[in-house]
Design a protein around this ligand. Structure first.
Ligand code: AMP
Ligand code: GLY
Length: 422
């Protein structure tokens, strides 16, 4: 084993910033590069497109990169792990086949059926089977859940209250509402319950669970308004207690890993289980093949163990001897967003960053300005993560920091984690 390693982290959001913060603390790290990154102070920023695999390869060779950690799903679905297969660099993330768990909702649903993993009843529809799709919709109770099969930048799920709207939307989706991503549409039975995010890290043989989190997707307080990339997150999740997690492990985590093996899919990386608790019974809403954003902004702070050591366990298939220790404290992250997001918003606003307290600042849509200034550069701008003895205390600290950090048009939700506070 090399004494210290060089890591290239791909991505530019709050998730990658939280990973970069954690990786930077590792005694196993020589140099961390982040591509394309943002204005965050962790790692060296490299101007490189994660989807341009030959350019990534040139950089890997030039800098002697030992490990590539892939933040977002797109490079994985496009096959970055396969591209580097057989070379010296280790990629943390599944190959194209495994990435279909996220890249194709139809594949994911059929996989769950094959391996008896609990999930909502569904039917997968194309132009040719539209008629059957309409009948299936008629057989369901409202609301109606329609999902574009392919990647649609997190916007591919539409939930409708009326059957007529659901039928219209199904037709619209099939005729190109999300381009080729909705040439196939998965119609699902609606499940009612509270959601949580479970993160599994696997080397293809063994696995470890990371701290459980819950995110807040809607833009408005009380979970109202449009869906966003995520307005905040909390960890731990009180209802994901020992009994619930045992069901998750027995019915979902282990059958998923056994299913991948049985289908000959070598999977090394993260599996993000989007779960819903239906009267104490976990069901899978979706698989993702990466960490969640903004969940990572609470998961990394609650991970006591060395992340690089864990990732080396994934790469070298020695995860069984690694440890995952969790911080006892609760963590809450509040996302500062640009006014107008997820609709139109302005960028390039100068950020006011008062002297830092013990609240963590994970940059998302930021870019460096002149003379050390930080400018806004996206809808989700910065995730502020605080620890607390309990969720309430962590939330209060994160909110106080959300008042301090400032920029023109700043918006954030004041009720992140409130539903889980005692
Ligand atoms: P996804 O893009 O798959 O995460 O879906 C977006 C959101 O839609 C999820 O986080 C859930 O809140 C909701 N959703 C998806 N599928 C269902 C379902 N079958 N029943 C209820 N809500 C769902
Ligand atoms: N927070 C949900 C996601 O990353 O997809």
């Amino acid at each position: 084993m090399k004494e210290k390693i060089n890591i290239l982290l791909l991505g530019s959001g709050g998730r990658e910033c939280a990973m970069a913060w954690k990786i930077s603390q590792s005694p196993r790290l020589e140099t961390l590069y982040v591509a394309p990154g943002n204005a965050a102070p962790y790692g060296e920023r490299v101007s490189l497109d994660p989807m341009d695999f030959p350019a990534v390869k040139d950089f890997v060779e030039e800098k002697g990169i030992d490990m590539i950690v892939v933040g977002p799903e797109n490079p994985l679905v496009a096959g970055i792990a396969d591209f580097f297969e057989g070379s010296d660099v280790k990629v943390i993330g599944p190959g194209k086949e495994g990435a279909r768990l996220e890249g194709s909702k139809e594949f994911a649903k059929e996989f769950m059926v094959r391996h008896a993993i609990p999930t909502a009843r569904f039917m997968s529809v194309t132009e040719e089977t539209l008629e059957q799709g309409m009948h299936f919709l008629e057989s369901l109770k409202p609301p109606y859940v329609l999902k574009a099969d392919g990647l649609a930048a997190g916007k591919g799920v539409i939930i409708l209250d009326s059957l007529a709207d659901a039928k219209d939307t199904l037709s619209d989706m099939l005729s190109g509402m999300f381009g080729s991503a909705s040439a196939t549409v998965v119609i699902e039975e609606f499940l009612s319950g509270i959601e949580c995010s479970v993160f599994v890290v696997t080397d293809g043989e063994d696995y470890k669970l990371l701290p459980v989190a819950k995110d807040y997707k809607r833009v408005g307080e009380g979970d109202t308004g449009l869906n966003t990339g995520g307005m905040g997150a909390v960890s731990p999740v009180p209802f994901a207690d020992e009994a619930f997690m045992q069901k998750v492990v027995d019915r979902i985590v282990e059958p998923t890993l056994a299913g991948l093996k049985a289908e000959g899919i070598k999977y090394k990386g993260f599996i993000f289980l989007g779960l819903i608790n239906v009267e104490g019974e976990p069901q899978v809403i979706e698989y993702n093949v990466r960490m969640g954003d903004p969940e990572t902004e609470v998961v990394m702070p609650r991970l006591k163990s060395d992340l690089v050591d864990l990732l080396e366990g994934v790469a070298d298939e020695t995860l069984s001897i690694k440890q995952v220790q969790e911080d006892e404290r609760a963590a809450v992250t509040v996302m500062l967003t640009s006014g107008g997001y997820p609709g139109d918003y302005e960028k390039g606003k100068l950020m006011t960053l008062p002297a830092q307290t013990d609240v963590l600042r994970f940059h998302a849509g930021t870019k460096p300005g002149e003379g050390g200034a930080v400018l806004t550069a996206g809808g989700r701008v910065m995730a502020l993560t605080a620890y607390g003895a309990d969720i309430r205390e962590a939330a209060a600290k994160a909110l106080a920091e959300a008042e301090r950090v400032d920029f023109d048009g700043k918006y954030f939700r004041h009720d992140i984690s409130r539903d889980l506070q005692k």
